[in-house]
Structure formats: C-alpha cells, structure tokens
Design a protein around this ligand. Sequence first.
Ligand code: FE
Length: 181
Amino acid sequence: MDVIQEIFRIFAERGESAYFGEPVSQQEHALQAAVMARQSGASNALCVAALLHDMGHLIHGESETIADEGIDARHEAAGQAWLSKWFGPEVTEPVRLHVDAKRYLCRVEPEYLAQLSPASVQSLALQGGPFSLAEAEKFESNAVFAGAVELRRWDDAAKIPGMKTSPLEDYRDALGAALRE
Ligand code: FE
C-alpha cells in the first residue's frame, strides 16, 4: 500500500468531520498543527507527527461526540500503532505521547489547565486527569519528552476558525522523507 495516498484518502474521506467540539475540522486542525510546527523550525519528523497526531481519530471514524458518551477512544495509541507500520519512532512517539503531554502540562503549569478548551478539559478526565508528581518526573525522562510537549502546544493552539494554511498536498514530500527506510 502507498501509505501517503492512503493518508490523503483518509483525510479526503473523513477530514471534514468536526474536531470534537472545536470550531475547526479534523483536517484544518491537522494542517494548523503542522504549519505551527514548521514555523517553530521543528524537525521534519516532528512536523509530520504534528500533521498526523490525530490519525487515531480518523482511521476509526468515531462519532464526533464520543467524549460526551464518556468514552476515551485512546486515539494516541491507535494512531501510533497504525503509523508505526510506515514511520519510525521519531514520528510515532510524539503521537503516542501527545495525550500524556497534556496530563504532564496540567501538573507542571498551573496556567495550562486554565487555557484548555472546554472539550479538552472534558476529555482530560477520561484520559486519567493531570499526572501525579511522580508520573510527571517519569515523563520527563522520555527520549522524546520535549517533542511531545511541543506537539501538545501546537495541538492546543490549532483550533483557529478560518486560519489560512497550506494544503495537505504541500506535505507530500515531507511525508515521503519521514517514511522508514
Ligand atoms: Fe489534536
């Protein structure tokens, strides 16, 4: 399977769905996160991780109101499992850890929790709530800790209605360069 074609197909099929109680679609959210990564001068792998961090939501086609039903879809694990067939850990680990990064930031930055969107606060409870101090310290020892936290901040910011971004097509080469050999 040509995974890049498959990613484009999945975005075309499901990317217009709403991003869980936020004012942007899944595809707008992904493109905004990716452009924020690029503007930060992030590595290509981390830009690709930003673009694909919610693939776990898209491959499942779960309902837009899943958190309202009290369900944590564990999309970070589903996304990592799917992506790891084609991409290495420098892409898949920040994806796997982007929910843990939110739980981490809730512990170490008092102001972080206050700026989360209502939908993100709702999902936080389902995701296990803020880390304990011990969990936060353990998280900091992760090899991709810094990248996971950066990805989380782009994820939180990438909810801007009507923001102009470059199209998905512009990421074809970046995706190709991030593929595992
Ligand atoms: Fe996201």
